[in-house]
Design a protein around this ligand. Structure first.
Ligand code: PHE
Length: 450
């Protein structure tokens, strides 16, 4: 089979890394990581998360890039091409399902970020609330306001996907991600110099494994997938746009380091501030929206930094959201033969509708719960802690057992050389360690075994 003609691709090496990092770095690092770390007891959770990134995340990221670049197709088409007439293609279906769920709640939170661009925290009474906490809670429970911002975000996401891979994604990511990094470091400095910040540092870096439950371990695993954009074919899809000359190992390592660094820096900006302002680390999804305004209030030029921060957070969310939507669109257009434009509009509308339900589940629909979770938390739990780990496990099994050593070697080395020991370790990880670890954490984390 030949490559599909007219398929877009990334231009420069840096563009590849920037786009993949743009997918990985998003609300997962800055919004989700601090709050789940807070909910799961701090340092112990962080350390388990880091271990999962190294032994599971990194090899699976490389696996996805290998599959995508080799097959040159979307998340489902890739499996059809590499292993025709087998059941492997159903991995892609998990991915498309996860993409739907993730983007629906992701768009809601990104909408909050857009709303926060327009708030002057130095004078919150102007916004009709006497505390940031009260403001946040009344905003997310409002039946209409958050929907408007969520829909604006989804519209932008759809628009960029229509513009196309190269022009849209590459250009954005390259310039803006470094600015975001600098801004987070500024916030770190402010947070660390607040009185009482040291308690937060201890919470974040001094582990007490007694505080970590097995469900917490599953959340750490799920987040390793979520944060690195793994387990649903995002990086298969992006890998399919990567030029054969690029070094996949380097892409995987750089993206993993950048993503992890940003998460830790975001943790250092948030958790010490939580302690300094006497807030609760286990506050939940609102954590950064309640903590950061206090940080901005306490710094010179806070209103300016706040606007800049939420603009960049929104853009970081956009570069991730387009990569999620791209999974669905590539599937609709290449497998179901829809026109790309039609596929994009169709997927964006469906996901936005599910997103509206997510948003309302925090307010007027909060009484409807499933397994004790509202729709927002339920979709987050199902996608991050169930669909992505299972998808990731199958992807690593596919590369380890179906693709096999020789093809993996050829795709990574691409005519060049590769250290033999690297291949041995990589194959061991994807054949045995990663899938078994995921399987074990999964069945124990969801309570299937004691
Ligand atoms: N990795 C993104 C983030 O951290 C979210 C994401 C998940 C993107 C899955 C693509 C696929 O915000």
């Amino acid at each position: 089979m030949t490559a599909i003609k007219g398929r877009d691709s990334f231009k420069s090496k840096f563009g590849v890394i920037a786009a993949a990092a743009g997918s990985a770095i998003g609300l997962g690092n800055i919004w989700k990581f601090p709050y789940i770390t807070g909910e799961n007891g701090g340092a112990a959770f962080l350390f388990v998360y880091l271990a999962f990134i190294a032994v599971i995340g990194l090899p699976i990221m490389l696996s996805e890039l290998i599959i995508g670049r080799k097959a040159h197709r979307n998340a489902i088409g890739s499996f059809k091409k590499l292993a025709p007439a087998t059941l492997w293609k159903y991995i892609g279906i998990f991915g498309v399902g996860a993409a739907f769920f993730i983007l629906s709640f992701y768009g809601v939170v990104a909408g909050w970020s857009i709303r926060y661009i327009f708030i002057a925290f130095s004078d919150l009474s102007y916004n009709g609330a006497e505390s940031v906490n009260a403001f946040f809670n009344s905003f997310i429970k409002n039946p209409l306001q958050p929907l408007i911002y969520q829909l604006i975000f989804m519209f932008l996401t759809g628009l960029i996907v229509i513009i196309g891979v190269q022009k849209g994604i590459e250009k954005f990511s390259k310039i803006l991600m470094p600015i975001l990094l600098v801004l987070i470091i500024v916030l770190d400095i402010r947070a660390l110099t607040l009185p009482g910040a040291s308690d937060g540092l201890r919470f974040l870096f001094h582990p007490d494994f007694g505080k970590l439950s097995f469900e917490g371990v599953l959340v750490a695993l799920g987040h390793a997938f979520f944060s690195l954009s793994l387990g649903m074919g995002t990086l298969i899809t992006y890998g399919s746009y990567i030029n054969k000359k690029n070094n996949l190992i380097r892409v995987a390592i750089n993206v993993t380091i950048a993503d992890t660094l940003i998460a830790i820096l975001a943790g250092i900006a948030i958790i010490p501030a939580v302690f300094a302002f006497n807030l609760e680390p286990s506050e939940g999804p609102g954590l950064i929206f309640i903590t950061l305004p206090n940080v901005f209030k306490s710094m010179p030029g806070g209103d300016f930094f706040s606007v800049l921060f939420f603009v960049l957070l929104t853009i970081a969310a956009l570069t991730s959201a387009i990569s999620i939507l791209e999974v669905v669109v590539a599937y609709f257009s290449e497998e179901l033969k829809m026109k790309r434009r039609v596929a994009t509009v169709f997927a964006t509308v469906l996901i936005s509708l599910l997103g509206i339900i997510c948003s309302l589940s925090l307010g007027i629909y909060s009484n409807y719960t499933f397994f004790g979770l509202n729709v927002f938390d339920l979709l987050d739990f199902i996608s991050a802690n169930i669909l992505l780990p299972i998808g990731g496990m199958l992807i690593s099994l596919f590369v380890g057992w179906s693709l096999g050593k020789y093809k993996v070697f050829k795709e990574i080395a691409h005519g060049g050389s590769l250290k033999g020991s690297f291949l041995v370790i990589f194959m061991f990880l994807v054949r045995f360690l990663a899938p078994l670890a995921i399987f074990f954490v999964f069945i124990k984390g969801v309570g299937l075994i004691d």
